[in-house]
Ligand binder design. Structure first.
Ligand code: MN
Length: 727
């Protein structure tokens, strides 16, 4: 109960608690940790003015009281030194070993998780994230003790800060304590938080309870005597205590369920603790013999434990004065689990010991976390978080948490935020550093997506870089919608090429008929077919065998067919589509990098990406200059050059920016200049002119560098044009 809480505990108190615990602590190691922490924190003070060292010492005390092991206690003493003092993690590893360093590091990392309570969903995600980030469950328990102690000493903070922390405890930390079955921490944390969230309601219950305290104590004494007198003959040793429900528990029943204090049966409960399982049921019989049980209030949590491992028999009976009260019957072992939950497993070594059965331990925790379907809190019911983790949790710069499948990239993040964010993405910052968009995100990273309205939209190869089906379908639908014309064109060109390559010669009418039969009429028009080839909905090379078979059947005479069937079936070669030859790489997908848009004639270099072929950059591209010297990726860079055919033929898209004195008719003159050279304009944009200078961008289709030079000289001849350059 908060009123009896000791706010700060010092080192002598810690030593006393360790001694009292009767457990086998490594006191020398704890002493060394205390010395280090005390020296490191030096004359740092808490906001209240007390020496800082008292905070970690108090946290260590809480952990001893919970029965946690030496490593946890040492880590608690050191939990703030890495963040707040000059001591490094390396020093801790050297002095205390990697296990303790790992715990300290874990707690330090959890501090970075921002909290915003905009949505209920967020609280749940934060809980999941905390659990996912704590690969050792002791990290969470140390964190809970840290939060609890901060809450005990929050009095001197500003009102707003107290409320924020209280809310965060209610929504995030107390539910975690509940899930881990640590009742002592959960209830104290909730009561302390409630005191700041609803001071009036809290006081009301507190007052009501203190008014009736005397009566209650007398009542419990009487019950104790009655049960003891009857049970002594049958039960070897029993311990009986009376307890009042937590203030938050009563608060929830009175204010939220609209019941009065008198209507709550279990404001106080009598707890009977016995030696053996069979005694539990013996005592139950005796209790039902003395008092009248209320119907439907008996619960056997021994045969079906709560998901957080809680076990007890519960029954509500009516006392001789007509007052109903709850009786809980359990063994000592059940009692420790009820009070300390998962922590009891360190305290009493119930099946969890050291690293060798870490797996067993995590499995047990995982099972517990997964099976949660507690009636009183559905909050946690749908947590599926695997400690081994198939999900990652990342932050947006606003502090929202997103969860994504393991292996997701920055592109997945962008589409998870909004499809428009994905479609306009031009790059990303991960923890404030620019990273490639195929960077695989990790739990805890802060991901900022950089967008621009100027971008031409997602790239086709993003489909190979995303992990989530959400991102994949959003990218596909973009290509489907935004570029129908382009897709049709692309699809038709590809179909032409494949037809030609395979000797399929058809008139337009025959073609429609042929394709509709090929696709078993799954398209209404031929354009639909072309469009889906164009955006990658259908993979052409997969159709080729069927296509040839059908063509031979329908249009071909036999002798020619044999010859055709011998034509090798393969994916369209990467060389022909991009015009680039990458040295030493034969059968790999080749993409022209979006960042620098190399065009024929440029000096180029290839980079073997993870999982999406070779990305070809201009030799002068910023990304090349910045990364080529990185020894980690040294073997990924490969020589590349344009194929002879490419240099001679085919066309290519590029964007040029023209700076010109603004005037009426300028744009018309520019587009006339381009179209008079039969240049295809793919798109065009102009920004508002500043000081009479206009800047206009055309994305055009050109043949080669030489072709572009001709175009440039032609544009420079347009009246008012000052400069033109390729972007
Ligand atoms: Mn702390």
């Amino acid at each position: 109960m908060p009123e009896t809480t000791v706010h700060y505990q010092d080192y002598s108190e810690l030593k006393r608690l360790i001694k009292e615990s009767g457990r086998d602590y490594d006191t020398q190691l704890i002493e060394a940790a205390y010395q280090l922490a005390e020296e490191a924190h030096g004359d740092q003070r808490r906001v209240s003015g007390v020496p800082y060292i008292l905070h970690p010492t108090s946290v260590a005390c809480i952990l001893v009281q919970l029965g946690m092991d030496t490593e946890s206690v040492v880590a608690a003493l050191l939990h703030d030194v890495v963040e707040d003092t000059d001591i490094t993690l390396d020093e801790i590893t050297k002095k205390f070993g990697s296990e303790i360093a790992h715990l300290v590091d874990g707690v330090t990392k959890l501090k970075k998780i921002p909290y915003s309570s905009r949505e209920v969903q967020q609280a749940e995600n934060i809980r999941k994230m905390l659990i996912a980030m704590s690969d050792d469950i002791r990290v969470i328990i140390i964190k809970l003790a840290d939060r609890l102690h901060n809450m005990r000493t929050i009095e001197c903070m500003k009102e707003q800060k107290r409320r924020d922390k209280a809310l965060e405890n209610m929504e995030v930390y107390a539910p975690i304590a509940h899930r881990l079955g640590i009742r002592t921490v959960k209830e104290e944390m909730e009561d302390l938080s409630l005191r700041y969230l609803d001071p009036v309601g809290y006081k009301e219950i507190e007052d009501a309870l203190s008014l009736t305290r005397n009566d209650r104590e007398k009542f419990i004494e009487k019950i104790k005597a009655e049960i003891t007198a009857k049970a002594e003959k049958f039960v070897k040793s029993l311990y009986i205590e009376g307890r009042v429900k937590s203030i938050n528990g009563i608060y929830r029943k009175t204010f939220m369920k609209g019941k009065s204090l008198e209507q709550i049966y279990d404001i106080f409960a009598v707890r009977v603790i016995v030696e053996s399982l069979s005694d539990c049921y013996n005592v139950l019989g005796i209790v039902h013999d003395i008092y009248t049980p209320l119907p439907n209030r008996f619960k056997d949590y021994i045969s079906t434990p709560k998901p957080n491992m809680y076990q007890s028999l519960h029954t509500t009976v009516i006392g001789k004065e007509g007052i109903p009260f709850e009786i809980q019957i359990r063994t000592w072992e059940m009692h420790y689990t009820a009070e300390y939950g998962i922590a009891a497993h360190w305290k009493y070594k119930l099946g969890i010991s050291k690293k060798d059965n870490m797996d067993q331990k995590t499995q047990w925790i995982r099972k517990m976390l997964e099976n949660q379907s507690d009636d009183e809190t559905d909050i946690i019911s749908n947590i599926k978080t695997d400690l081994a983790s198939e999900e990652v949790f990342i932050f947006t710069p606003r502090g929202d948490v997103l969860n994504l499948p393991m292996g997701s990239t920055v592109i997945d993040v962008a589409y998870a935020i909004h499809s428009e964010v994905g479609n306009r993405m031009i790059g990303a910052k991960v923890d404030n550093k620019i990273m490639p968009i195929d960077h695989q995100v990790r739990t805890g990273e802060i991901i900022e997506i950089l967008t621009s309205k100027e971008t031409a939209g997602p790239k086709r190869d993003w489909l190979n870089k995303v992990k989530s089906s959400e991102a994949r379908s959003k990218i596909k639908s973009w290509f489907k919608k935004e570029c129908r014309e382009e897709n049709i064109e692309r699809g038709k060109a590809e179909t032409d090429k494949v037809f030609k390559h395979n000797g399929i010669i058809l008139s337009d009418a025959e073609r429609e008929d042929f394709l509709s039969e090929l696709m078993k009429k799954s398209f209404t028009t031929v354009d639909d077919f072309y469009a889906s080839i164009g955006y990658g909905g259908i993979l052409m090379w997969k159709l080729i065998p069927r296509m040839k078979e059908l063509y031979n059947k329908k249009y071909k005479i036999q002798e020619k067919a044999d010859e055709l069937l011998s034509v090798e079936i393969r994916k369209p070669s990467s060389k022909s589509s991009s015009g680039v030859i990458v040295e030493g790489v034969d059968d790999m997908l080749i993409n022209l990098a979006r960042c620098c848009n190399p065009i024929r004639g440029d000096e180029i270099i290839g980079y073997i990406t993870r999982g999406s072929g070779v990305s070809v950059h201009k030799r002068s591209c910023k990304n090349v200059i910045c990364n080529i010297d990185n020894p980690e990726n040294a073997e990924r860079w490969v020589k590349a050059h344009w194929s002879c055919e490419a240099l001679k033929s085919e066309s290519y898209q590029t964007t040029i920016e023209i700076t010109a004195t603004d005037r009426t008719g300028l744009i018309a003159d520019l587009s006339n200049a381009l179209s008079s050279m039969h240049i295809y304009i793919n798109s065009f944009s102009s920004s508002e002119s500043k000081n009479g200078i206009a800047s206009i961008r055309f994305t055009i289709t050109v043949g080669s560098m030489d072709h572009l030079k001709v175009i440039f000289s032609r544009i420079l001849n347009v009246y008012g044009v000052q400069s033109v350059e390729r972007i």
